[in-house]
Design a protein around this ligand. Structure first.
Ligand code: A3P
Length: 302
């Protein structure tokens, strides 16, 4: 089935999630041909959940022995180009050979649900970092990013929310996406780390440390004493990243989008300015029903 008027192009359902057909080639090719390495770090998000931030943080942590914050490539290259989507960018352009040349650990990125990851990733010992976000804020961010700015085919926020609650959104339904990684993180806690945007906002030092430990690049006592964690967290903060020249005037190499579109408000709870309490209640009830006894609702509300 396909749905019109809701994205750059129509959305189709593939393996239970919704996606524009222009992505199919890259996704299929990634699923069929990708060879994971045990040292890989795979960053996964539902779109508009903090991908840009997670890429910057992970890249900086993993490459801190190669680059300082004064000469990091992030000063001149958007985090999306330093950590491109493996399926939507690398495989979609038949550039998989560049994966062989990436330094160890390779940092990869995808929006795919857990059940649709390439078998070799699931069967390897690679580390998967999943970042989720309050779906009301994620939806609000998505609406501003994709849906509102299309004057030729405008979508009202009410109409978009209706579709969202039916699960029809890029890589949706959101509840299946989150639940897949949540269950995997419980079953394979050494391989799947489940993070929350709101936790990163609340205590970025703790989250940066946790991320570094998980990806196998822990901070030494000496680094901690020197304030390296604080420096990296501050460097990757919304205000600092948004104000970098590259993120004010740059364009993404693959998608051609303006980098500034990835930095809007960077806040928790902006949904209250766009959605009503009854919309929130509806989504809450829906998620509660879908998550059942998994414990995910409790985690998201903690
Ligand atoms: P808002 O639209 O709510 O401001 P993604 O990177 O997955 O596309 O998500 C984009 C969202 O993350 C946007 O949310 C954006 O402002 C926010 N964001 C981008 N960089 C961030 C950072 N360094 N810290 C916190 N939020 C950030």
């Amino acid at each position: 089935p396909r749905v019109k008027g809701w994205d750059f192009s129509f959305l189709y359902q593939y393996q239970g999630f919704w996606c524009p057909p222009k992505f199919f080639h890259g996704i299929l090719s990634f699923q069929r041909h990708f060879q994971a390495k045990d040292t890989d770090i795979v960053l996964v998000t539902f779109p508009k959940s903090g991908t840009t931030w997670l890429k910057a943080l992970t890249y900086t942590i993993a490459n801190r022995s190669r680059y300082t914050l004064e000469n990091t490539p992030l000063l001149t290259t958007p985090s999306h180009d330093l950590v491109p989507f493996t399926d939507l960018e690398i495989y979609s352009k038949n550039q998989s050979s560049i994966l062989e040349d990436l330094p160890t650990p390779r940092i990869l990125a995808t929006h795919l649900p857990y059940a649709s990851l390439p078998h070799s990733s699931i069967n390897s010992n690679c580390r998967i970092v999943y970042l989720c976000r309050n779906p009301l804020d994620q939806f609000t961010s998505y609406w501003h990013f994709v849906l509102q700015p299309q004057p030729a085919d405008p979508v009202s926020i009410d109409e978009a929310f209706e579709k969202f609650c039916q699960g029809v959104t890029m890589f949706g339904p959101v509840w299946d996406h989150e639940l897949g990684y949540w269950k995997a993180s419980l079953e394979k806690s050494n391989n799947v780390l489940f993070l929350k945007y709101e936790d990163l906002k609340e205590d970025i030092i703790y989250s940066t440390k946790k991320l570094a430990d998980f990806i196998g690049c822990p901070f030494t006592n000496e680094e901690e004493a020197q304030g390296v964690i604080e420096e990296i967290s501050k460097f990757c903060s919304f205000d600092n990243m948004k104000n970098l020249q590259v993120n004010q005037t740059g364009k993404l190499a693959h998608f051609g989008m303006e980098t500034k579109a990835f930095f809007r408000k960077g806040k928790v709870g902006d949904w209250t300015n766009h959605l009503t309490p009854s919309m929130s209640k509806r989504l809450h009830n829906l998620m509660e029903e879908k998550f059942g006894e998994s414990g995910l609702m409790t985690f998201l509300q903690s």
